[in-house]
Design a protein around this ligand. Structure first.
Ligand code: ADP
Ligand code: MG
Length: 335
């Protein structure tokens, strides 16, 4: 069993130098090994700070491989930066590690998961904390840069905006059902592996977040389910929304699941999508084609923002009578 300091040296120090060609970035920064990291901010940039904790059996099934746990713990943070329209810059890691995972195999794979994603965005691990714990818990704080005033907030949705989401919804949720063996008896996923990959290895939509700077009026990333997360935009912006259920983008497995069960709300309440949801003024609609092409990602209009300070959501297109939802009960909540 490795000591705290040999864990840091062997597995985390190497992550303080991502595969960057920019040597000036290295010389300007003091990272792992002192009491604190010292970062020189680029001129004329605001710092965006996000923190997300991932706990076994709350955020991922305990049997998830160490590589995916590493990847996803960082991905959920980069997804928050993406939702702000920020460029990822550096991150720190507070790791609470149970004894049985303090071994070379687990730590190597965990660090490889972190490094693989961090290398895509060239972001160094600049510090953290390592402690013993009864359950596995990973807290990452990720930091990004944005030009002053260019971050995309939840609070700026305007009446008349169209509401868009990226990718498909509910795929990771189906992957989770598959992993937990809670799919209906006899129901077979055609693309089981890709559903499970969406769950374990979400791709933070960083490029899309950046491309939407100056284009989207408001934005949020989808972690707790579409309906619950849109509600945050409505509440912050003091507006209401109409969502057309039939426009929700779904993959073939999800369509099959919906046609074989009564679980119609599943793709919009299940969570773990890590797609972006944003609102777009009509004047920017033309720009979206080039954003879609540039980012190579499907963007789907699912509804629009309407007047109404009470932050109400009208969901149309469900079989039963159109429903005005009180969303208190929908979406993932910890307490
Ligand atoms: P201190 O006792 O001053 O809090 P630590 O002994 O906890 O410092 O950490 C020593 C160094 O290792 C610090 O630079 C800290 O940021 C870094 N560090 C500790 N744990 C981690 C981790 N899980 N990932 C990255 N860096 C870490
Ligand atoms: Mg100290």
């Amino acid at each position: 069993m490795a000591s705290e300091f040999s864990i840091i040296d062997a597995y985390f120090k190497p992550l303080s130098f991502p595969q960057s060609n920019d040597s000036s970035c290295k010389s300007k920064q003091i990272g792992i090994g002192d009491d604190g990291a010292v970062i020189t901010p680029p001129a004329n940039q605001q710092l965006v700070v996000v923190t997300d904790t991932s706990i076994e059996n709350v955020h991922f099934p305990a049997q998830t491989s160490a590589y995916f746990i590493g990847w996803k713990s960082l991905a959920v943070n980069l997804s928050d930066l993406a939702a702000m329209g920020a460029t990822p810059a550096f991150y720190s890691l507070a790791l609470s590690l149970p004894k049985h995972l303090n071994n070379k195999e687990w730590l190597t794979e965990f660090a490889r998961g972190l490094a693989t994603l961090a290398n895509i965005y060239n972001i160094p691990l600049v510090g953290g904390d390592t402690t013993k714990s009864d359950i596995l818990s990973i807290t990452i704080t990720a930091n990004g840069w944005v030009k002053p005033g260019e971050s995309i907030l939840r609070s700026n949705a305007k009446v008349g905006d169209d509401i868009f989401v990226s990718g498909n919804l509910g795929t990771a949720g189906l992957g989770l059902k598959s992993v937990l063996n809670t799919l209906p008896k006899g129901f077979v996923l055609k693309n089981e592996a890709s559903c499970i990959l969406e769950l374990n290895q979400p791709k933070p939509r960083v490029e899309l977040g950046l491309a939407l700077q100056g284009v989207a009026n408001s934005m949020i990333d989808l972690s707790d389910g579409l309906l619950a997360d849109i509600q945050h935009i409505l509440t912050s912006s003091k507006v209401s929304a109409e969502i057309n259920y039939n426009q929700i983008p779904l993959n073939a497995d999800l369509k099959h699941y919906l046609s074989s069960t009564k679980d119609k709300l599943f793709p919009i309440i299940c969570g773990d999508d890590y797609e972006l949801c944003f609102t777009l003024p009509a004047s920017k609609r033309k720009l979206l084609v080039s954003v879609e092409e540039f980012c190579q990602i499907k963007l789907t209009c699912i509804g629009r923002i309407v007047a109404g300070e009470k932050a109400e959501m009208k969901l149309t297109g469900l079989d039963n009578a159109d429903s005005k939802l009180s969303l208190e009960s929908l979406g993932f909540k910890h307490f």
